[in-house]
Design a protein around this ligand. Sequence first.
Ligand SMILES: Cc1cc2nc3c(=O)[nH]c(=O)nc-3n(C[C@H](O)[C@H](O)[C@H](O)COP(=O)(O)OP(=O)(O)OC[C@H]3O[C@@H](n4cnc5c(N)ncnc54)[C@H](O)[C@@H]3O)c2cc1C
Length: 401
Amino acid sequence: MFSGFELTEEQKLLQEAVREFAKKEFTPERSREYEEKEEFPWELYRKMCQHGFLGLRIPEEYGGQGYGLIEELIVTYETAKADPALANAVHAGHFGTSFLIHFGTHEQKAKWLPKLAKGEITSAGMFTEPAGGSDIARVLDTKAVKVGDKVWRINGTKTFITNATTFSVACVLVQTDPNANPPYRGQTIFVVERKPGIDATLIKGKMGWRASPTGEVSFSDVEVTDDDILGGPQNLNKGFYQAIMFLDEARVGIGCLGIATAEAALERAVQYAKERKAFGRKIAGFQGLAHRIVEMATRIELGKSMIFRVAKVVEKAREDRSLLDEAIKLACMIKWYGARLAVEACDLAIDVLGGYGYIAEYDVERWFRFAKQLEIVEGTKEIQKNAIARYVLGREAAQYF
Ligand SMILES: Cc1cc2nc3c(=O)[nH]c(=O)nc-3n(C[C@H](O)[C@H](O)[C@H](O)COP(=O)(O)OP(=O)(O)OC[C@H]3O[C@@H](n4cnc5c(N)ncnc54)[C@H](O)[C@@H]3O)c2cc1C
């Protein structure tokens, strides 16, 4: 699965188990059904949690298994190979959970992680605002103002929020010091429980990934305390830095998803090309198509050889700060590469399937619509390239973008 890496026996067992599970549960028929109903797949989400395939990085003392990023990626890959759109809707039920795992206080973890591990609730991570998602380093419109000794009041609106209508707990990036210079030094993440004053509206008409509820969330005088600051009061105004570390891991996850999506689409294309006939021969025998297929197969192979290497650097960078620049660069590279690959492989699969490629029953059109969002979430492809440019060309050259 990941060329060039020898999995441990335990990881191989996990891989086999999740592959079997995914074949049975992440069926394209089911994916189509949830996509049509635009409904979060609660049943499958709970099953994934109960089997220990989701939340496997939650520490054992909080109901999880204490695994690392590699194990999480194994599960991501195998489920996405079965059906990428459905897999990511289910995985996204835990969006934002890794904030709590990495930075949460014992109280924050004890309150939320066991329920997340069991699949009783979903979580959310909120950065994007109507005025912009790429530039989160600016003065945010969602603000928390101190109104008492320990009490803060949040007002503002976040948009494009995954699990907007289902989340019970959210890690919300807000401006706590509007005069900070630069502004990101005045941003804080609060762990916010769903309560009165928080309203969510589903965004309708999404191009794809419709089984995952995306929406707008508004905060109107929502009270939180110093104890709700992610990791405790000492992390006041450290939210931007926490978000950057979260994004590194999330970007590796998107890269992995993208490469799995590409492989799933390519397998469909190959299978079809070997069966379908035109002008008296199998279409696999047309060199133009065959070359596109082998070029894609080569690029997928390259991506697979990169995923674990990047994941290991990103994990190590948590302990060894000297690796942070390398981690950011590689995470942006794999995110951009994997997402682009997914879009191009699905496009290729639609071409190979001809008219059938455009029809829901043949799945690749749904995967194509899903794949496009991988180029937008966790930072657009332009934002990834801007970040990579800082390391490849140097900060001076990249200062204007
Ligand atoms: C399905 C879905 C789910 C999402 N889930 C979440 C979520 O759970 N939580 C959350 O916080 N956000 C979420 N998002 C939001 C997502 O992260 C943002 O949409 C994304 O970061 C882009 O922000 P924007 O839409 O405001 O675009 P903008 O920032 O307005 O960008 C518009 C265009 O300008 C380009 N651009 C902007 N700045 C530059 C620059 N400096 N150089 C070059 N080009 C630039 C962008 O690349 C893009 O092409 C989700 C989005 C989608 C579609």
